[in-house]
Design a protein around this ligand. Structure first.
Ligand SMILES: Cc1ncc(C[n+]2csc(CCO)c2C)c(N)n1
Length: 227
């Protein structure tokens, strides 16, 4: 069994909760209140900023130039490519990036990014990479679920651009590259390390669930932004 298949088996119940989450359901239906989406996007923009730094630590801990290039592309993917869709929506919703960057980090955003950054500082490359894997993998999982379940009504859905980004072919290819890389990195680990990596993967998956919960909860206007 591939290591990534083993990891998936361990979190599939948690990931199922993402698919059934009201935030995801309303995104698919196009009924999610824009205010909720705006607050989510701002927190996610801040999340991606911190996430990029996790890959910066991977770059420092890389052994080969090939690996360094891989992580350098991962940094760009997080803070250039993925944020482009955020910026497009944020501009439309009246929170351009400069304002978003002045917003307060919610405790959930802090908890998740601090968890990965602590591993990035003290862990090995395998631990760091595993802590980040629920991010791109579960978003692709959610993107495909939404595409399959709501394809008839996606035209005209305000959130189509977001759904498209996470389910498009380029993203699938990128994920495949990551899964192959993880299987290569973890090709001959001990049982003890396997357990440890599994725990990290589960923890990040739980942080993802908390992020969806945060995204759906009611926020008062002006709660999050400093300006
Ligand atoms: C809370 C949260 N979790 C995961 C992602 C998705 N994501 C984070 S990094 C990355 C790979 C580089 O783009 C992807 C797909 C997100 N946006 N927000």
């Amino acid at each position: 069994m591939k290591f990534t298949d083993y990891l998936f088996e361990e979190v599939k119940n948690i990931w199922q909760e993402y698919l059934e989450h009201p935030f995801i359901k309303e995104l698919g239906e196009g009924t999610l209140p824009k205010e909720k989406f705006k607050n989510y996007l701002v927190q996610d923009y801040l999340y991606l900023k911190e996430f990029g730094k996790v890959f910066a630590m991977c770059l420092i801990k890389s052994k080969t130039i090939e690996e360094m290039n891989f992580f350098s592309r991962a940094i760009s993917a997080s803070i250039e490519y993925e944020t482009a869709v955020h910026v497009s929506y944020m501009n439309k919703l009246g929170v351009p990036p400069k304002i978003a960057e002045t917003c307060k980090y919610e405790i959930t955003t802090d908890n998740y990014t601090s968890y990965m950054q602590a591993i990035a500082l003290k862990g090995n490359l395998r631990e760091i990479v595993i802590s980040t894997m629920p991010c791109n993998w579960s978003y692709n999982y959610i993107g495909h679920y939404l595409l399959d379940n709501y394809k008839e009504t996606l035209e005209g859905n305000y959130y189509k651009e977001w759904i498209d980004m996470y389910s498009e072919g380029k993203f699938d290819e990128n994920l495949r590259e990551w899964l192959d890389y993880v299987n290569y990195l973890c090709r001959d680990i001990s049982n003890e390390e396997r357990e440890n990596l599994k725990e990290i993967f589960i923890k990040s998956s739980l942080h993802e669930l908390e992020f969806w919960n945060m995204a759906y909860k009611e926020t008062k206007e002006g709660d999050l932004c400093l300006v």
